[in-house]
Design a protein around this ligand. Structure first.
Ligand SMILES: [Zn+2]
Length: 171
């Protein structure tokens, strides 16, 4: 039987081993805290203080009493397996066309839509000709749009959902 979830697992914190997974969760629109270097104490403290759900590769951490009810031991080394586990265990939605706000993979900041006139000078001319809607990270200022890679991302995520296909390798 699955343990009862007492905290909402849609706001995450990933341990230092899970940098790639953290980036993908942000792309999927999930608020995911991540620091390359962080002590166990700080991980636990942030989990509790920021009301996050801890994702970790460290079994010892999952046995810690104060966070036992709000963490998941990630069982896989590969990103596909990790995403599949989150989909199965925590109902993480592996679709790109969701209603959550998109987040910058680098900064975990919600992307805001910006007017076409502001975005156009910041993107390649061919992109400005082909797209009307743009999003920007208020922190690093990168501009995003739903380009041809969008369908590719969707296909990769769909493959990750299906156990044992091993077709697409997520980068
Ligand atoms: Zn950013």
């Amino acid at each position: 039987m699955r343990p009862l979830l007492t905290h909402d697992p849609s706001c995450f914190i990933a341990d230092a081993m899970l940098g790639r997974l953290a980036r993908w969760l942000r792309i999927l629109g999930y608020d995911t805290a991540y620091e390359k270097v962080i002590t166990d104490e700080s991980l636990i403290e942030r989990t509790i203080q920021e009301n996050r759900w801890l994702l970790t590769r460290d079994r010892r951490l999952t046995e810690c009493k104060v966070i036992r009810s709000r963490c998941t031991l990630i069982a896989h080394d590969d990103l596909e397996g990790q995403l599949r586990q989150l989909h199965q265990d925590l109902k993480v939605d592996l679709g790109m066309n969701h209603r959550r706000s998109y987040r910058c993979a680098d900064c975990n900041v919600v992307l805001l839509s910006i007017p076409y006139d502001e975005a156009a000078p910041l993107v390649p001319p061919v992109v400005a000709r082909q797209h009307q809607e743009f999003l920007q990270c208020a922190h690093c200022r990168r501009v995003f749009w739903q380009g041809s890679h969008w369908e590719d991302l969707n296909a990769r995520l769909a493959a990750a959902k299906q156990q044992g296909t091993g077709q697409a390798t997520l980068r």
